[in-house]
Design a binder for this molecule. Structure first.
Ligand SMILES: Nc1ncnc2c1ncn2[C@@H]1O[C@H](COP(=O)(O)OP(=O)(O)O)[C@@H](O)[C@H]1O
Ligand SMILES: [Mg+2]
Length: 237
């Protein structure tokens, strides 16, 4: 089943035209990556889907229903959770408080399969170890995990991850890779953006490669692995 369907969107910042007739789709249970160099429009694509920078034209459907033009909070309510690039956590709250603050009113309870702090701790043991520490004392990798965990507390059906491995040491990246694979096993649908192709290739089923606000290539990960010239052309790696 198609969870997300983006059709021919055009997104602008003021007069700058950033996304050009961009289309992509994500099926339920898939992990899809949006690859591309710095500045090609990965973040803008995720912001367009979330309604933070609404496209001026095109359609964005969630479970077949048009959502373009809806407010970000409405899109969140429909089951989309965005983990932004800049890892916004509250430095003066403890790790636990950072998680508690993310709980929505009328949130699904544990028996409904919703996320709880206990379930978060099973996936991110380091957050349990840091439970009473201030958010501001966490390392970059821990902050990334806390940001992901906070978004999960809203029980998204589609998780949008903006460059989760950015600025992290390879060892930490590998841990996050495992965590994303665990989320996938849980049945979560994920769309992630990355410049780090290894990381993205290890967790994804399919890829879209963005170039100057347009999709330059799309296909399954095994094809990317078999044809290194594609990566060379679009990503220079
Ligand atoms: N708030 C903004 N105002 C104007 N231009 C922006 C803004 N944010 C990003 N851009 C421009 O939009 C383009 C795409 O940016 P972005 O989506 O952040 O790319 P990526 O995430 O792939 O690095 C870039 O040329 C960038 O300079
Ligand atoms: Mg970006």
């Amino acid at each position: 089943m198609r969870l997300l369907e983006v059709q021919g969107i055009n997104t602008y910042y003021g007069l700058s035209h950033i996304l050009f007739d961009l289309s992509l789709e994500v099926y339920e249970g898939e992990t899809v990556c949006l690859l591309g160099r710095n500045g090609v429009g990965k973040t803008t694509t995720l912001r367009s889907i979330m309604g933070l920078t609404p496209p001026r034209s095109g359609t964005i459907k969630l479970y077949g229903k048009e959502v373009r033009g809806k407010q970000p909070f409405e899109i969140a309510r429909l089951g989309v959770g965005l983990v932004p690039e800049d890892r916004i956590i509250f430095p003066d709250l403890t790790v636990r408080e950072n998680l508690e603050i993310a709980v929505k009113k009328g949130q699904k309870r544990k028996q409904d399969g919703g996320w709880t702090i206990e379930k978060i701790h099973r996936l991110f043991p380091v957050l349990e170890a840091r439970d009473k520490q201030w958010g501001g004392t966490l390392s970059g990798g821990e902050q990334q995990m806390l940001t992901i965990a906070r978004t999960l507390m809203g029980n998204p059906r589609l998780l949008l991850l903006d460059e989760p491995s950015e600025g992290l040491a390879p060892m930490v990246t590998r841990v996050i890779e495992e965590q994303i694979l665990a989320l996938k096993k849980e049945g979560l649908t994920i769309l992630l953006s990355e410049q780090n192709s290894n990381f993205a290739l290890n967790v994804s089923d399919r890829a879209y490669i963005l170039e100057k606000g347009q999709i330059g290539w799309q296909g399954p990960i095994h094809e990317l692995r078999e044809k290194p010239e594609i990566m060379m052309t679009y990503l220079g790696v």
